[in-house]
Design a protein around this ligand. Sequence first.
Ligand code: FAD
Length: 636
Amino acid sequence: MLEARIPSGPIEQKWDKCRYEMKLVNPANRRKHSIIVVGAGLAGAAAAATLGQQGYHVHCFSYHDTPRRAHSIAAQGGMNAAKNYRNDGDSVSRLFKDTVKGGDFRARESNVHRLAEVSVNIIDQCVAQGVPFAREYGGILDNRSFGGVQVERTFYARGQTGQQLLLGAYQALEEQIAAGRVTMHIRSELLDVVIVDGRARGIVTRNLVTGEISSHAADVVVLATGGYSNVFYLSTNAKASNSTAIWRAHRRGALFGNPCFTQIHPTCIPLSSEHQSKLTLMSESLRNDGRVWVPKKQSDKRAPKDIPESERDYYLENRYPSFGNLVPRDVASRNAKEVCDEGRGVGPHGQGVYLDFADAIHRLGLETVREKYGNLFDIYQRITGEDAYTVPMRIYPAPHYTMGGLWVDYHLMTTIPGLFAAGEANFSDHGANRLGASALMQGLADGYFVVPATVPDYIASTKLDPVDASHTAFRLGEAEVKDRINKLLASNGKRSPDSFHKELGKIVWDECGMARSDAGLRKALARIPELREEFWQNLRIVGNGEELNQTLDKANRVSDFMEIAELMCLDALHRNESCGGHFRVESQTADGEAKRDDANFSYTAAWEWKGTGQAPALHKEALTFEYVPLSQRSYK
Ligand SMILES: Cc1cc2nc3c(=O)[nH]c(=O)nc-3n(C[C@H](O)[C@H](O)[C@H](O)COP(=O)(O)OP(=O)(O)OC[C@H]3O[C@@H](n4cnc5c(N)ncnc54)[C@H](O)[C@@H]3O)c2cc1C
């Protein structure tokens, strides 16, 4: 069932070989084919624009009112590329190695190598589009460092890298919309994927303003619908980000890869109230210059300025002298949790550590620090009321990114022929832990370079009979979508979708968050189905389905979170090893680091849906490491 279609030959030649062997579609024939791209974030906008430019009829869908609202706009810190502009020892091979190691040897080597190769083209593409990357005084593109690496390869646009990259992709998309090759469907939410004769041939959507359910047929469907961190309720993701598209595709037969691999980002603004509905990221780039510390004494309530140097514990610098504050995210998050669990956390709830810029300001001057991170300091000030130029920031880990997603082969095709997944929606490339500044790189690699090569190959190699939206499969899909919505509306209960989501999020955070145990995961697996049952019985939605109804939209999304949460816990329970962001308390080294079990778990877990309340089937894609030898990660 799992045929990864990895090209043969040396790793540095695989992508070239694959591109050479793939079939092409004659330019005159391209307009005869239609492609649906769901998502207009970095991955989706890049794919839709590029396929449009090639001459295909593209229909791009987004539940937002404009592509510019996609969650990608929030990305702050930067994007990696192996350009070696710093001449500090970087190369495609080093980016490849860092990413495989950073992912704790749970990613496919061939995909990661392609990502590293393509990274250099992405920068050229974006510069050509006019993306205003930060430059040095002499005009050369500037770089900084992110966690888990010892070179400076991160390209950035102040603290607004995602915004600038998305504007680049958006203008490329708009050009194709104006040319008539891309039709944009806004405020349209995918609620089902339609399969005809075993192939993805379209989608069913709901118009979020009118409630209209409609069908759309095509030759190929690409999902670029982002990640599922909002299963935790509190996360750094945009409030609207959800798992519905990938989950509904999963229910139609697309296997789900490594659902328990989620990333808890170490530098977020700590929670300040029980009623909070959102967490805010402070970019990892801040760890280039900020120093992380906590008091050496427990329950030390003194103001930071009153705690002398000798009574501070710069725990990352002390424990990991080679990488210091720039250890990878999983390591930084776990260490923050550990010092807080010891009673040394700071802030009102003791759930925080300091990120201190005093040394950087002393060394570089206030203006330089402001120039590099000014907007992040402003965000922090607006949310906490504190001035981080004079008082250390307080940070704490929060759900941020999902490495898991739809299982895809080397061509980024899911186990449903004709259904592709790009960007955060797929599971590929980051293994058990994503290195900072690598998500933008992957989204754009998939969107600008991989999908535009592999989708045409699929079209050219497949006999695609004409199918339109009057086909019975679409009628059946629409009927199922309507049934589900009616069922949600019919439950005349007492609780809001948000209250269920909040309770679910707490279960997943407590038992499948930064640390996971056999007992905790079993507890969650007992509780989630009960909560799901109550959700369907005791839900209250005001209004109806034929108008703008955000409570209904939310309920629909929460119904999918209820199912994905269970799969995450099941995956975490079966993976009785620690790796990257998946920390099983039963599997740690003597000094508390994640301990992998390569003999038993060196594989991607790909789960097959068997029905609500039924045990899913586990399929395994064995992982082999020919180029980066398996080793215990060490950042000491
Ligand atoms: C605060 C923050 C900061 C970050 N900073 C960085 C950084 O500095 N560097 C880095 O590399 N990464 C960063 N990341 C991660 C990175 O931003 C994301 O992984 C990446 O932008 C995801 O892009 P995407 O195109 O896959 O999905 P998204 O940008 O999430 O886009 C999803 C698209 O799909 C659409 N969609 C979803 N579901 C449906 C549906 N059912 N029907 C119709 N449309 C749908 C949405 O409308 C949207 O257009 C950050 C993440 C966060 C949360």
